[in-house]
Design a binder for this molecule. Sequence first.
Ligand code: URA
Length: 331
Amino acid sequence: MRAALNALTEELRRLKAEGVKNVTVSEAGLETLRRVVAARRSDPGRATVRTESGLGADTVEPPSAPSRAPERTESRPSADRAATPPPIANWEPPPPSAPVRKATVVESNIPDPRPFTLPEGDKATRMAALLEIVTNDPVCLANVRPGKKVVLGVGNLDAKIMFVGEAPGAEEETQGEPFVGPAGQLLTKMINAMGLKREQVYIGNIMNWRPQLPTDSSGVQYGNRPPTAEEMNYCLPYLRAQIDVVNPDLLVALGSTAAQGLLGAGSFKALGEVRGKWKEFGGKPLMVTYHPSYILRNQSNRSKRMIWEDLLKVMERAEVPISDKQRNYFL
Ligand code: URA
């Protein structure tokens, strides 16, 4: 319970940092939250609320923390940061017919990262070895649910540009590939607008697993939460290793969590402080920009223009040719 409320608070803070001013909470979600808060007031030691459906000793967890967008929820076909519903539209308790079970892994103990070495050899050999290490990592495996996958980056091993996102979502943990949901489709469009193909860049994440939240009785996770500092710390060496193997000219951090993961927790309060600026990570120039999901939620020309300005800087630095038409997009 505490973990879920913390995750909710953390997510709302993050949305605020990203510039989101309003969130929508369904009446059902609000009602559940009210009951949770009321129960905590009357009995702060107890973290659960009795259901009103007469399920006896069964307890209800609060609704999952809102996804920063309705991305990657399994309850909707567009299981990514979809454009239409407001960010927290999917933040609803599971339907009454689905008994709720308590979270088991939200507060998992994440150890220090495991030391590993990659073999000598060409990029393909080294990346294959890394894939083997990551997909067999016991901590990664312990954090993915049965039938779901540990996710490593994909793309061109000679890419000049490496995009770094936050964490796999529902689609990604199912397919074992980063950015394959709606946010990923928008990222692909952004890459195409740069005059590149997805196959020409490398796409990774800070995290190799989808940060877990309580599930319903059938094991479905509703929504997403940002990774904890410990989780990011655990996975970061794997991202460093990918950077080491690919050796891109530059990195692009997508969104505030990726930027915090690379620049250090607490290195900025609002994404606006670092967005559009060149930073550095692991000896590589790092451009910080918005996560595609932000654009899915904010379809204004202004938002698109801002992210596009950042991508123009990336193109310039990576010596990707820029046409006049590209320069004038969204003007
Ligand atoms: N968002 C991310 O940050 N990473 C993914 O892989 C998908 C969505």
